[in-house]
Design a protein around this ligand. Structure first.
Ligand code: FAD
Length: 501
């Protein structure tokens, strides 16, 4: 009988079953294990737990008799039940912990990863070939575009430029509360979702697991069919305006022109290749401008791929990186997603988006949530764990480079050239969130002092020696000298402590 094939819960699309020398046997019986222990280890957002279980159970229902679906305490136990002493294959999983597990099982053969464009060996060769220079996403991105013939005209980028970012990054339109594009695709729940919700209620009531956030109705695709519908809707309705408003924030329109596809890509419901090909087709059909399509393609084949590769390339030690020696624990109001405790309108709005949906786009993650944590010196490992637990698309591989590196600068600059943080002026320029706020972005001391503006200066002050040597930070650090109210500001920030702003 053929070897069985084991699917992890983020290997749900058809591309994980394509047979071949690097894939499972064509008629391999399939196995999936739903481990309860996963939910005991962390306090997840309930919508995330719901999405994951719903997606796994939907996949099992689709595969019918071909799959043995086991609910167990741990993976190990579940596998024992499902496999006995039969041999099995599995595609390379997406976390170090899971890789360690499968490599330690003598009956299991690990096949190469799927769901990414670049394999680890090619990446290592590229990275090692950077001759001691710092790794940069832009160089990686160009290599991937060439190598995979994405938006190319021969060996040159379509339109003559690799990166059209300066046509993008526009503030939101000043006269509108929403972008006025068609509402994004949202799935409809079915009886599998009812069953999932019932199970989560039961576990919670029994005190077995704890969750944060609100659950329901489910907002993200749990099946291939739903994910394709979401993709089609995005390509038709939002891709044309993706570029210009990529970095903008609007209180009444959290999605703007973003794709909402991260959870579907990370569950493996969509293959990045098909997403890229279809986006390119939209451009070639003249249905979206190059700056939007290039910006979107860069997110997928630049950033997403890069982050995946760095997770493995940087090694296990990266998890504990803490170059700025930030040690403060997360305050309870933040951990619990208690948006109502927060007065600052930007943080209140974004934390409420996370509480209610488990999602917010990249700028609120970076410049509102992450920036606040960085300014207050919260422990980067705890911040990483918080993002992992609270977001529907959060997985170990994607969190580590994005949070430890990109957002918390805990790696001392391996991922970015300077810390991503700013005073309230940035939020004010890129959003409508400062209007009607109790604080003023241009005030640093006193009752109306913006916590981001004050936090920014106090952060720079704390690290002024380290940053004086960073080419991109030296000038802001010199700005500290002009602040005559610095002592009062530092006292005020000390006094604010970890109270909700
Ligand atoms: P779009 O803006 O429509 O982008 C398209 C796609 O590009 C996304 O669906 C995603 O698959 C990919 N992408 C873009 N940037 C990244 C990136 N930096 N890393 C990985 N994929 C990227 N993304 C996650 O998928 N999971 C996370 O846990 C996650 N955590 C983040 C934490 C921080 C602090 C920051 C700054 C970013 C994080 N990101 C994460 C990246 C990005 O914010 C989300 O992928 C994006 O907001 C998801 O919404 P979307 O699908 O509408 O994305």
């Amino acid at each position: 009988s053929p070897r069985a094939h084991w699917l992890f819960g983020d290997q749900l699309g058809p591309h994980f079953l394509t047979p071949g020398p690097d894939g499972p046997a064509g008629n391999a019986p399939l196995v999936m294990v739903e481990s309860r222990a996963v939910f005991r280890r962390r306090t997840f957002h309930r919508a995330k737990a719901h999405l994951l279980l719903s997606a796994m159970r939907h996949r099992a229902a689709e595969l019918g008799d071909r799959i043995t679906y086991v609910r167990a305490e741990t993976y190990r136990e579940g596998l024992r039940t499902a496999l006995g002493d039969r041999r099995a294959t599995v595609h390379h999983p997406t976390s170090r912990a899971a890789l360690g597990l499968v490599q330690g099982l003598p009956q299991v053969t690990v096949l190469p990863a799927r769901g990414f464009l670049v394999d680890q060996e090619s990446f290592r060769a590229w990275a090692d070939g950077q001759a001691g220079a710092r790794l940069r996403q832009e160089g990686f991105y160009r290599w991937v575009r060439r190598d995979h013939d994405l938006l190319m005209d021969g060996d040159q980028p379509l339109g003559g430029r690799w990166n059209l970012d300066h046509d993008n990054r526009e503030p939101p339109p000043g006269d509108r509360a929403t972008l006025a594009v068609r509402a994004p695709y949202r799935p409809r729940e079915d009886e599998i979702d009812d069953e999932v919700r019932h199970d989560l209620d039961t576990w919670e009531r029994a005190g077995e697991v704890r969750f944060v956030g609100r659950d329901g109705p489910r907002r993200f695709p749990a099946t291939r069919r739903e994910a394709l519908a979401a993709l089609r809707r995005f390509l038709a309705d939002r891709l044309p305006t993706f570029g210009p408003y990529e970095d903008a924030m609007l209180a009444a329109d959290p999605v703007l022109s973003h794709s909402l596809l991260s959870s579907s890509l990370n569950l493996g419901l969509l293959d990045p290749r098909e997403v890229l090909e279809r986006a390119e087709r939209v451009y070639r059909a003249g249905q979206a401008p190059l700056n939007s399509v290039e910006g979107f393609v860069r997110q997928i084949c630049g950033w997403r791929e890069y982050v995946w590769q760095l997770y493995w390339y940087f090694g296990e030690g990266y998890r504990g990186a803490n170059r700025l020696r930030h040690r403060a624990p997360l305050p309870e109001w933040f951990s619990a997603l208690d948006a109502d405790a927060v007065e600052a309108r930007c943080l209140h709005t974004v934390l409420a988006q996370v509480r209610d949906t488990g999602w917010t786009h990249h700028i609120p993650r970076l410049m509102v949530l992450g920036s606040y944590a960085l300014q207050r010196g919260w422990d980067p490992a705890a911040v990483t764990d918080w993002f992992h637990r609270s977001f529907v698309d959060g997985y170990d591989w994607v969190m580590l480079p994005n949070v430890v590196g990109m957002s918390q600068y805990a790696d001392g600059g391996r991922m970015t050239t300077k810390p991503y943080t700013s005073g309230g002026a940035y939020v004010n320029r890129m959003s409508d969130l400062c209007a009607g706020c109790a604080y003023r972005p241009d005030v640093r001391v006193g009752d109306r002092a913006c916590p981001y503006t004050a936090g920014y200066w106090s952060f720079l002050h704390r690290h002024r020696e380290a940053f004086a040597h960073n080419a991109r930070m030296a000038q802001p650090v010199r700005g500290l000298e002009r602040l005559r109210d610095l002592d009062a500001l530092l006292e005020q920030e000390e006094e604010r402590g970890d109270r909700a702003p």
